[in-house]
Design a binder for this molecule. Structure first.
Ligand code: HEM
Length: 401
């Protein structure tokens, strides 16, 4: 069995030129060989790469695989022999039960479908204001700064009660530590500044609670340090993911004009179109888990303590799960993509993200019927694969006036 195993040597690995929406070629090739490949982390530590839909989903559902930060190897960092500290209080993305549940449970009721639908009108208003500004300024425009970033950032800041005047500063800090192109020093500086800001925010809410998620958590037994960590996770996850979906999604629509035209012509397509863009783009592309005990997986034994890299983007392009997986088809009916993950860490903000995308994409298409790229597609600057979330750095567009 092990002779036929495929080995992937370098991660992260680049996308093929001219294929900005497809997962890196090496990962697609790996999936073709089978759903599980060998991979060696820097420092020579053995690991695995999982690229097939069924296996990725089964790892996510299996609590023998841990999300704990201190157990995780990283493809870009040689941490052999290094002591990795556990995730700080409140940063529950990188924790297992019961620590994880202590933070996730009080938030679940705040992010339900019903609660998020109630936000629709506000999201419509914020979107319309930004499209007004784009239209007024006239072509060309960068849709990253004028549309994709501000909409989710205002929404998550309002939900959490971040005052309006602090938002610019905040967005810059988050951009710095999630953009994937920052020196270690700048990264640490941005993280420290964000922590400092959140400490002030939590203290302000403690002293003077307002009508927002953070203030609501003040009457639980969560400490200020824990609340700070929770706020950090929500803000970081809430800004960057949806912003990149909106920007890369618009790039994809402008590169597939027949699909954009079909959506413009049929607003009833919106729910399916958003799910298809999530599947096709999979901006949250890779997460990791570490085996807590020996686990049999795909005919291999994953030894206790070994980290597996889960490729969500190739799982969402698995031909055994999705027909013509590399085709963007906004009418596609077979859902069940893994763009929001699966299992106990499945995206807490997915209903919020859906509301934002279901409002923002159709509003943009509707407002600018002749919207198109202002530069050749090859010149659109993409985020490097080292960024946790994939996307475009800027999206120059133009339209007829
Ligand atoms: C299109 C936009 C988004 C995408 C693609 C996305 C994707 C994901 C994925 C894949 C995970 C699972 C990570 C894992 O398996 O370890 C996750 C977790 C999470 N997401 Fe999102 N997300 C999006 C928007 C949001 C928004 C708007 C929020 C804001 C509230 C949010 C908050 C979170 C949180 C708090 C977690 C951690 C959940 C846990 O560990 O229990 N996400 N997201």
């Amino acid at each position: 069995m092990s002779e036929s195993l495929h080995t992937v040597t370098t991660l992260p690995t680049a996308r093929r030129p001219g294929c900005p929406f497809d997962p890196p070629g090496e990962l697609v090739d790996a999936r073709r060989h089978g759903p599980i490949s060998r991979y060696t982390f820097p420092g020579g530590v053995p690991g695995w790469l999982i690229t097939g839909y069924d296996l990725v989903r089964s790892v996510l559902a299996d609590q023998r695989f841990s999300s704990r930060k201190e157990l995780m190897r990283h493809p870009a960092i040689d941490i052999a022999g290094m002591e990795i500290p556990p995730a700080p209080p409140g940063e529950f993305l990188l924790m297992d039960e019961p620590r994880h549940g202590r933070y996730r449970k009080p938030l679940v009721g705040r992010f339900t479908v019903r609660r998020m639908r109630q936000l629709t009108e506000r999201v419509e208003q914020i979107t319309a204001d930004h499209l007004d500004a784009v239209e007024k300024a006239g072509p060309p425009a960068d849709l990253v700064t004028a549309f994709a970033k501000p909409i989710p950032s205002i929404v998550i800041c309002e939900l959490l009660g971040v005052p309006y005047e602090d938002r610019g500063r905040f967005q810059r800090q988050i951009d710095t530590f999630l953009g994937g192109e920052t020196s270690d020093e700048d990264l640490i500086a941005a993280y420290t500044a964000t922590q400092q800001y959140l400490a002030e925010l939590v203290a302000a809410k403690r002293a003077n609670p307002t009508d927002d998620v953070l203030s609501d958590l003040m009457d639980t037994d969560l400490t200020d340090e824990e609340l700070r960590g929770m706020a950090l996770i929500l803000l970081a996850a809430g800004f960057d993911t949806t912003a990149n979906m909106l920007a890369l999604g618009t790039f994809a629509l402008l590169s597939h004009p027949a699909q954009a035209a079909a959506w413009r012509a049929d607003p009833g397509l919106t729910d399916r179109a958003v799910e298809e863009l999530l599947r096709y783009l999979s901006v949250a592309k890779t997460f990791m888990r570490t085996a807590l005990e020996d686990v049999e997986l795909g005919g291999q034994t994953i030894e206790a303590g070994t980290t597996v890299i889960l490729s969500y983007n190739t799982a969402n392009r698995d031909p055994e799960r999705f027909s013509d997986p590399h085709v963007l088809d906004l009418r596609r009916e077979n859902g069940g993509h893994l763009a929001f993950g699966h299992g106990i860490h499945q995206c807490l903000g997915q209903q919020l993200a859906r509301v934002e995308m279901r409002v923002a994409f159709p509003a943009l298409l509707d407002r600018f019927p002749t919207l198109r790229l202002a530069v050749p597609a090859e010149e659109v600057e993409l985020r490097p694969e080292t960024a946790d979330i994939y996307g475009v750095k800027s999206l120059p567009v133009t339209w007829d006036v």
